[in-house]
Design a protein around this ligand. Structure first.
Ligand code: C2E
Ligand code: CA
Ligand code: CA
Length: 475
């Protein structure tokens, strides 16, 4: 496929022709393959490229009868320029045909993969526009389609502009966000179920966007990863956390034992200077490495296990413990536990969200905990939302737990308060029935509201389920 540059030059030409009335109308259709990164992550980049190629061939087939130019737009996007189409109705028909073209499963390696697509389009009839403006219209429509689950096609109309405008600029804004000091961290306590005290906290990133308000990582992390801004952002988080640990250490009793865990994207591991940066920042803040832990999700590690192993082993040797994040949501392959030097496994939502009886859930969780401990790892249950779950976990001997039941993410000062009160005699789960009140009494950042209002942001669809739905074994 031609690339973006070529497409833009042809679009520029077509727009001039339109202005000179040598053309009647232009259509721009932006097609996005949903969850393309998941396919890349699970089947590899070659499979991803192959998929895009096959999809493009089908799209070209659909557009055959119309004068058009099809090009690759982004990693998971194609764009089509249509010359002299009939009014918008035809673009809608074409969009429907493009959706229909991807319905047959694609053959990738030995898998049959089904994909979903999303389309934003615009119809341009008059006026002189710059090509960027014209594409932006299709992009705004696509953004709106992305925001409305269940809507596969959106046509651009001027009133869409306002709703989607700021979102479309997130990438540009990200570059300035660090300079402008718009990032902030919240800290979610992690409880030691046996000892009934706060063992540590997880640092969670927020972006106080000037127009959009407080954004959670789901909204901007993948953009930051693609745009490369993830590297300076990760460094910023690590620096903030190390400074904070230093402050907390001087403010807490001398023997206070706690940790702060930092989430590392796989993309951040590709920063060749990361190890040295961490070492320097710890030194500057006079913080022993044992106070810091890193959390990594298996998702991104799959692609480059050997590269990840080298960096992770170096951190491990420095004395920074590692947690495997989101266990139970992806492939949950035991091989990563063996290949990479993890100390903890974070089990995502141990009791919720699984079909099946309570007894079956209990049995599964018990088995996962058993396995974790046989491998010499410690378990952290996360997204624990109910007292029943917390109790069962304590009974099953789960070491650490985290979730809204215990506490939402807190501002640093509130998290420090909790650490100060620890160890508390009021064992949170293991013993006292009334103790459930304790963590709720902590003043919780307005964050809670945001998370509860839009639970989809924190409850992403379980990839396992998606994969099962997407990949039919051959035959
Ligand atoms: P995660 O590492 O799995 O973090 C836990 C997420 O679950 C957090 O969402 C937290 O607010 C939410 N959560 C905790 N307890 C509960 C609960 O009981 N119920 C529900 N529904 N949600 C709960 P958050 O802060 O939006 O972060 C989302 C993800 O973004 C994190 O998932 C993590 O993967 C990533 N992330 C956060 N901060 C950073 C960071 O500094 N760097 C990187 N690379 N990723 C980060
Ligand atoms: Ca995490
Ligand atoms: Ca997690």
């Amino acid at each position: 496929l031609p690339n973006r540059r070529y497409f833009m030059s042809q679009l520029d030409r077509a727009l001039r022709e339109l202005h000179a009335r040598r053309r009647q109308r232009l259509g721009i259709i932006l097609i996005e393959i949903d969850r393309f990164t998941l396919i890349n992550d699970t089947l590899g980049h070659t499979a991803g490229d192959d998929l895009l190629l096959q999809a493009a061939q089908r799209f070209a087939g659909v557009l055959e009868a119309t004068e058009h130019l099809l090009a690759r737009w982004g990693e998971d996007q194609c764009v089509a320029l249509l010359y002299d189409v009939d009014p918008a109705a035809e673009l809608r028909t074409l969009a429907a045909a493009l959706h229909a073209a991807r319905q047959e499963p694609f053959a990738l390696r030995r898998h049959r993969v089904r994909i979903a697509t999303r389309i934003g389009f615009t119809c341009i009839e008059r006026g002189l526009r710059r090509p960027e403006e014209a594409v932006r219209e299709a992009d705004v429509a696509l953004t709106v389609a992305r925001r409305q689950p269940g809507t596969a096609t959106v046509e651009y109309t001027p009133d869409l502009g306002g709703a989607a405008a700021s979102l479309v600029n997130l990438e540009a804004d990200l570059h300035l966000a660090l300079e402008r000091g718009e990032f902030a961290l919240l800290f979610q306590p992690i409880f030691d179920l046996g000892a009934g005290r706060v063992a540590g906290v997880e640092a969670l990133l927020r972006w106080r966007h000037p127009l959009e308000g407080i954004l959670t990582p789901q909204r901007f992390l993948s953009i930051a990863e693609e745009a490369g801004t993830i590297v300076p952002i990760t460094r910023w988080v690590i620096q903030q956390v190390c400074r904070l640990i230093g402050d907390w250490r001087s403010s807490l009793p001398r023997d206070a034992d706690f940790f702060v865990s930092v989430n590392l994207s796989a993309a951040a591991l590709r920063d060749p200077g990361l190890w040295d940066y961490v070492r320097r920042v710890l030194e500057a803040a006079r913080v022993p490495p044992g106070y810091l832990k890193f959390e990594l999700a298996e998702r991104g590690l799959i692609e480059n296990v050997s590269g990840a192993r080298t960096v992770l082993a170096a951190f491990r040797n420095m004395g920074i413990e590692l947690m495997l994040d989101d266990f139970g949501t992806g492939y949950s392959s035991l091989s990563y536990l063996q290949l990479l030097p993890f100390d903890y496994v974070k089990i995502d939502r141990p009791f919720a969200n699984r079909a099946g009886s309570e007894r079956a859930n209990n049995a599964i969780t018990a088995a996962v905990l058993q396995m974790t401990s046989s491998l010499g790892l410690r378990a952290v249950a996360e997204v624990v939302e109910t007292e029943a779950a917390a109790r069962s976990l304590a009974q099953l001997g789960c070491h650490l737990a985290q979730g809204f039941y215990f506490s939402a993410p807190l501002e640093a000062a509130d998290a420090l308060q909790l650490l100060r009160r620890s160890p508390t005699p009021a064992t949170i789960v293991a013993a006292a029935p009334a103790a459930a009140e304790a963590p709720r009494a902590v003043s919780v950042a307005d964050e809670t509201q945001i998370l509860e209002e839009t639970p989809t942001m924190v409850l992403p669809e379980t990839p396992t389920v998606v994969l099962e739905a997407m990949i039919d074994p051959e035959g």
